[in-house]
Design a protein around this ligand. Structure first.
Ligand code: ZN
Length: 495
C-alpha cells in the first residue's frame, strides 16, 4: 500500500502534463476545496499548485500514510500547512473564482494548469520568447479574447487574453466562467529565511495575472537581431515592478531591514492595473525570484539574497545534450554531449572546492531529461545559479570562438563575467587565443527562468579544428572549466 503512494508521487513529478490534467479536475470543481480525493493525491495536487519543494518531512508524511484514507481538499491543505513553516501567515485566505456567479455576467475564461506558464506578448503572433513578460503561476485566471490561434511555423497553439498576454494553449484550460469583480491586493508581512531568500506575502481577492520586471534598463538590438541586449553590458535595475492586472485597490507597505537585496515597497495604481514597486538596496544587485501560491492561498514572492561567497550555495550545471541527443559533431565521431559532460565535471570539482553544492541536470547515461524537463527541473530545484555548458557549431569551419548568453537582464552580468574569463584562462593555461565572441541576449529554453542568474556558455566551435583541439583534450576541458569558474567567482565578488 505504501509503495503505491510513493509511486503516485514519483509518477506525478515525472509526467507533469498528465498530472496537471488530474489536478485540474478538482480545481475546476471547487478551488476552495470540498472535493474528495485520496490523501496522497490531494497532497500532491496541493504541493504542485503551491510550488512547495518536497523536503524530507513531506516524503516521510507520504510514506506514513494509508492511501485508502479519503479526505477533502480542505483537510489535505490543513495537513500540508501544518508540515510547512508558514511563520505568521497561517490563516487560510479564501479567494474568489470564475466558477461561481458574482453578478457581472459571463465570459470565456482560462486557468493556468501548468506549474509555471510562459507568457508571450499578445501580438505579433510569433514564437519568440520575450524577457519582459514573466511566467505566471498555476491557478492564474484571465479572460480569453481570441479563438484558438495556430502558429504554423512553430506548430504551437495559442490563446490571446484580455490582459495583453498570449499563452500556450496546452498550458491552460479554457471554460465559460463568471466575470470577476476588480481585485484588491493586500501586502502582508515578510519573512527572511536562513535559506537565502526574503519572502513577502500578498492576499489577492482572486488569482489575477501579474508581470514582474526589474527596471530601469535600456536595451539595444544585437546578436540575432533581438532587441533585449542590456545596453553597454550593464544591468542597471534599481527596483522590481510587480504589476497586477484587474486590480484597483491596494493596501499595505513593507520595509526589509534584514534583506541584503530589497529595501522597501511602494504601490502605484494606473487605471485597472496596480504595481507593487520593490526597491533594491543597490542598483544592479538582484539575483532572481520565485512567485507561487502557498497552501493557504497567499501569493508568495521570494527574492534571492546576494551570494557573497560560493560556500553553501547550490549551483546547477547543465551539461548540454546527452543520451540519444548527441548535439553538434566534430565530423570525427566526437559529439557535444561528451565534451560538455567532461567540462561540466571539471567545473563541478572547482565549485565544490569553493564550498558550493553542485547539481547536474543530467547524468552520463543513455536516458536523460528532455530540454523542457531540464527547464522545469531548474524551477523546481531552485538553485542559486544555473550554468548550461555547450559547444558551438557552424557549416563554415573557419568560424570560431566562445560566448555566453543570458535571457533576463539580471543574468547579464554573469554571462559577461564568464565570457571574459573563459578565453583568458585558455590563453593563460594553454596559450591558445580562443576568440571572445562576448555575451548576448538569447532565448535558450534552459535559461528562460526567473529564479536565479542563468546563462548558457558556448565553449568554442566543435566544427573548427583549432577550437576542437582545445574542446576535445582533457587539458583544454579543464582550462575551459577553470575559465567558467573564474567568471563565477568574479561575478560573486562584485556584490
Ligand atoms: Zn548545444
Amino acid at each position: 500500500m505504501k509503495n503505491r503512494i510513493i509511486a503516485v508521487v514519483l509518477v506525478s513529478v515525472i509526467t507533469l502534463s498528465a498530472f496537471t490534467v488530474r489536478g485540474f479536475a478538482f480545481l475546476k470543481g471547487d478551488l476552495n476545496g470540498n472535493g474528495v480525493l485520496e490523501v496522497a493525491d490531494a497532497l500532491e495536487v496541493l504541493r504542485i499548485s503551491s510550488g512547495i519543494i518536497p523536503g524530507d518531512w513531506y516524503k516521510k508524511m507520504i510514506a506514513d500514510m494509508d492511501s485508502d484514507e479519503v479526505v477533502t481538499i480542505k483537510d489535505a491543505r490543513s495537513i500540508l500547512s501544518q508540515s510547512v513553516d508558514l511563520t505568521d501567515i497561517n490563516d487560510y485566505h479564501e479567494q474568489l473564482t470564475p466558477y461561481t456567479d458574482h453578478g457581472f455576467g459571463t465570459s470565456t475564461f482560462c486557468v493556468v494548469n501548468s506549474y509555471y506558464s510562459e507568457v508571450l506578448p499578445a501580438s505579433p503572433i510569433d514564437n519568440k520568447s520575450n524577457p519582459l513578460y514573466s511566467a505566471i503561476p498555476y491557478g492564474t485566471f484571465d479572460i480569453v479574447t481570441s479563438e484558438l490561434i495556430h502558429h504554423s511555423e512553430s506548430g504551437n497553439d495559442f490563446y490571446v487574453l484580455a490582459s495583453g498576454r498570449r499563452l500556450y494553449a496546452n498550458e491552460i484550460q479554457v471554460f465559460n466562467g463568471y466575470n470577476m469583480p476588480y481585485n484588491k491586493a493586500v501586502l502582508k508581512k515578510t519573512v527572511t529565511k536562513n535559506s537565502g531568500s526574503t519572502q513577502f506575502y500578498l492576499a489577492l481577492d482572486w488569482r489575477v495575472p501579474f508581470n514582474v520586471t526589474v527596471n530601469p534598463q535600456e536595451y539595444v538590438t544585437g546578436f540575432n537581431s533581438r532587441s533585449f541586449n542590456i545596453k553597454d553590458g550593464v544591468f542597471t535595475g534599481n527596483y522590481i515592478d510587480i504589476t497586477f492586472n484587474y486590480t484597483t485597490h491596494t493596501e499595505g507597505e513593507l520595509s526589509f531591514p534584514e534583506s541584503n537585496v530589497i529595501s522597501h515597497t511602494q504601490w502605484i495604481t494606473d487605471g485597472n492595473n496596480a504595481t507593487l514597486r520593490v526597491y533594491l538596496k543597490n542598483a544592479g544587485c538582484f539575483f532572481g525570484y520565485t512567485a507561487y501560491y502557498d497552501s493557504n492561498n497567499y501569493l508568495v514572492i521570494s527574492v534571492k539574497e546576494k551570494m557573497n561567497t560560493l560556500s553553501g550555495k547550490v549551483i546547477e550545471i547543465d551539461p548540454g545534450h546527452g543520451g540519444k541527443e548527441p548535439g553538434a559533431g566534430s565530423g570525427t565521431g566526437v559529439y557535444e554531449r561528451d565534451v560538455t559532460y567532461n567540462i561540466a565535471t571539471y567545473l563541478k570539482a572547482y565549485l565544490e572546492s569553493a564550498g558550493a553544492t553542485v547539481v547536474f541536470s543530467r547524468d552520463n547515461s543513455a536516458s536523460v531529461p528532455e530540454i523542457e524537463e531540464r527547464r522545469f527541473n531548474t524551477l523546481k530545484n531552485n538553485p542559486d545559479m544555473f550554468v548550461s555548458v555547450h559547444c558551438d557549431s557552424s557549416a563554415d569551419s573557419s568560424v570560431n570562438g566562445s560566448s555566453a548568453y543570458y535571457y533576463k537582464n539580471y543574468s547579464g552580468p554573469l554571462a559577461f563575467a564568464i565570457s571574459r574569463n573563459l578565453p583568458s584562462a585558455v590563453k593563460k593555461d594553454l596559450n591558445y587565443a580562443m576568440f571572445d565572441k562576448g555575451a548576448h541576449f538569447y532565448p535558450f529554453m534552459v535559461t528562460r527562468v526567473e529564479n536565479c542568474p542563468a546563462v548558457l556558455v558556448e565553449c568554442g566551435f566543435i566544427s573548427n579544428s583549432q577550437d576542437f583541439a582545445i574542446i576535445n583534450s582533457p587539458a583544454g576541458q579543464n582550462s575551459i572549466a577553470r575559465g567558467i569558474y573564474n567568471g563565477i567567482v568574479e561575478y560573486c565578488s562584485w556584490y
